[in-house]
Design a protein around this ligand. Structure first.
Ligand code: C5P
Length: 224
């Protein structure tokens, strides 16, 4: 069973909350950089007022002291989950976790928008996204974080690397034949859950639907 987290990637709080208000019973929402940079922590408060759990996905990747500061500030916002990039390194991840208190912190291994060509270009060598994601899951485990954000295609290997208690947060959820947008490594909700996902992050398949509530409810059923 996994939670469905609706990604609020709209540019304004007004538009993000309009989507939330079309999703009665929404349990979890993701606040990312687009709306947070524009609106600030007020968007988190508005979601908490509606009883929605908040995943603050700002994917920190900076020197350890800066990430610790961000993590401590996030922990004061009454959110449940925050993200760092595993590529920020072991010390940075440890600093994030230590400053977070009871807030869970998970690390992005390899962005689901990265394919082998892009990854090879930025790493300066041949690099398979799946292999790198699985390798980085081991570093995340060594840092003592609560889990990873990873594509559905690497979720099973991440579960094996991190053990039964880890949170495996999976974006790139697409029904067979649906538009992938800028995602490269996708799968359906059922397959992601079968692979060990604990949380599915879904944006455009819900926000772009003519009936977002129907899509959200179907995904919740598939994730149950
Ligand atoms: O619209 P879509 O379903 O592709 O949205 C996926 C969400 O998951 C976005 O909000 C994106 O920021 C997030 N995400 C991702 N890949 C990661 C980490 C987070 O797509 N590695």
């Amino acid at each position: 069973m996994a939670e469905v987290i609706v990604a609020l990637d709209q540019p304004t709080a007004r538009e993000a909350l309009a989507l939330v208000d079309r999703l009665p019973g929404l349990r979890w929402a993701k606040v990312g950089a687009t709306v947070f940079v524009r609106e600030g922590p007020g968007i988190v408060g508005a979601l908490r007022d509606r009883g929605v759990e908040v995943f603050l996905d700002l994917k920190w990747h900076d020197i350890p002291s800066q990430v610790a500061g961000a993590s401590a500030a996030a922990a004061a916002l009454d959110i449940r989950l925050a993200t760092v990039h595993a590529l920020g390194g072991l010390d940075m991840m440890r600093a994030a976790k230590e400053a977070a208190g009871t807030l869970r912190v998970v690390a992005v291994t390899v962005l689901t928008s990265h394919g082998p060509d892009e990854l090879g270009r930025i790493f300066g060598r041949e690099a398979g996204p799946a292999r790198e994601a699985i390798r980085l899951a081991g570093v995340v485990r060594d840092a003592g974080l609560d889990g990873v954000v990873t594509s559905p295609l690497e979720a099973a290997a991440a579960r094996a690397a991190l053990g039964p208690d880890a949170w495996i947060v999976v974006p790139g959820i697409r029904a067979a034949g649906a538009a992938a947008h800028d995602q490269r490594r996708t799968a359906g909700a059922r397959d992601a859950v079968a692979a060990g996902a604990t949380h599915l992050v879904v944006g455009r398949p819900i926000s772009g639907a003519s009936d977002p509530r129907a899509v959200y409810e179907r995904l919740c059923e598939e994730a149950a």
